[in-house]
Design a protein around this ligand. Structure first.
Ligand code: NAD
Length: 288
C-alpha cells in the first residue's frame, strides 16, 4: 500500500525527470518543479521519449504511459508543494542550493512531510540542518537512468528517524527499486566509496605500466562479471566528475585509498575527460 498519494519533486533535470517518471508510472500524483518553464518542457519531452522506448519494448502499454504522464503537473512555484506528503529534491549538487531549497520547503509543507534528497555525496545532516525538524530528512539516492537502474541508496542523517527511513523505503520500493541502507552519512556513502576505490586502483595500475586500460577492463568484466570495466566507466561518467568525487571523499577521510591518482588529475587538466571530449582512456573520434 502506498503511504503517499502526492509527491513533489524539486529539480527537473536528468534525475528529477526520471524520478517523476517512475513515480507517475507507479500511480502517484507528481508535482515537478524547476526554476524555468524551459527546463520543465525539456523534462516532459525526456519523459515522453523514455516512455516511448518502454512502449516499443512492450514493457508498458501506450495507455498506461499516457495515464502516467497525465499524473505529472509542472510548476515554477515551490508553493505548489503544499499538500505533498513527500518531496524529493534533485537540484544541483551544491550544499548552498540544496539548503536554500530545504529552508524554503520547511515553510511550505506540513511538519509531517518527508523531505528526501537525491544527493550523490553531500552529508544528509548538513542539508537537514536547514529545516526545523531534521528527523524527517533522508537521502534517497537514485541512479541514472532512473527508469532502468534498480538501486536506491537510502541514507540516514544524524537526526533521521526510523519512521522517515521506513517511509522512504516504502516509496522507493513502490517505484520498483531495491534499497540499501547507509546508516551513517559518511562522505561518498557506500556506492561512491566503492566506485572511487576501484577506479583509483584501476588508474594506478595503468599509470604504473602494470597493465593496459583494456586489459584492466577485461579483467573486471570476465573475471568479476562487471558489465563495464572501470576505465570505460570513467570515460562514460567523466574523468572530472570522478576526480571531484575522489577529492571530496579524500578531503573528508584523509584515507589514501581515495586520493586521486596523479594520472587522473593530469588527464583532467589536459581536457581529456572521457567520452564527452572524445578522449579518455579510450579514443572516441568525434565528441559523443
Ligand atoms: N546525473 C547523475 O548521474 C546522478 C546520479 C545520481 C544522483 N545525482 C544527483 O542528483 C541531483 C540532480 O542531478 P542531475 O544530474 O539531475 O542534475 P541536472 O543538472 O540535470 O538537473 C538539476 C536541475 O535542478 C534545477 N534547479 C536548480 N536549482 C533549483 C531550485 N532552486 N529549484 C528548482 N530547480 C532547481 C536546474 O534548473 C536543473 O534543471 C544532484 O544532487 C546529483 O548529484 C545525479
Amino acid at each position: 500500500m502506498q503511504s503517499f498519494s502526492r509527491i513533489g519533486i524539486v529539480g527537473a533535470g536528468l534525475m528529477g525527470s526520471g524520478i517523476a517518471q517512475v513515480a507517475a508510472q507507479a500511480g502517484y500524483q507528481v508535482v515537478l518543479r524547476d526554476t524555468s518553464t524551459d527546463a520543465l518542457e525539456n523534462a516532459l519531452a525526456a519523459i515522453t521519449k523514455s516512455q516511448a522506448r518502454f512502449v516499443t519494448k512492450n514493457i508498458i502499454s501506450s495507455d498506461d504511459a499516457d495515464a502516467a504522464r497525465s499524473r505529472i503537473s509542472t510548476t515554477t512555484e515551490l508553493a505548489d508543494f503544499a499538500g505533498s506528503q513527500l518531496v524529493v529534491e534533485a537540484v544541483y549538487e551544491r550544499l548552498d542550493v540544496k539548503r536554500q531549497v530545504f529552508a524554503e520547503l520547511g515553510g511550505i509543507v506540513d511538519a509531517t512531510t518527508i523531505l528526501a534528497t537525491n544527493t550523490t555525496a553531500i552529508p544528509i545532516t548538513q542539508i537537514a540542518s536547514s529545516v526545523a525538524n531534521p528527523e524527517r530528512v533522508v537521502g534517497t539516492h537514485f541512479f541514472s537512468p532512473v527508469p532502468m537502474m534498480k538501486l536506491c541508496e537510502l541514507v540516514r542523517g544524524f537526526h533521521t528517524s526510523d519512521e522517515t527511513l521506513a517511509r522512504a523505503r516504502d516509496f522507493a520500493e513502490s517505484v520498483g527499486k531495491t534499497c540499501i541502507v547507509v546508516e551513517r552519512d559518511v562522505a561518498g556513502f557506500v556506492t561512491s566509496r566503492l566506485l572511487v576505490a576501484l577506479l583509483n586502483e584501476a588508474v594506478a595500475i595503468v599509470e604504473s605500466g602494470v597493465a593496459s586500460a583494456s586489459d584492466v577492463d577485461i579483467a573486471c568484466q570476465l573475471g568479476f562479471g562487471h558489465t563495464m570495466g572501470p576505465l570505460a566507466t570513467l570515460d562514460l561518467t567523466g574523468l572530472d566528475v570522478i576526480l571531484h568525487a575522489a577529492e571530496n571523499i579524500y578531503g573528508a577521510t584523509r584515507d589514501e585509498k581515495f586520493a586521486p591518482p596523479e594520472l587522473l588529475a593530469r588527464m583532467v587538466a589536459a581536457g581529456q575527460l572521457g567520452r564527452k571530449t572524445g578522449h579518455g582512456f579510450y579514443e572516441y573520434g568525434e565528441r559523443r
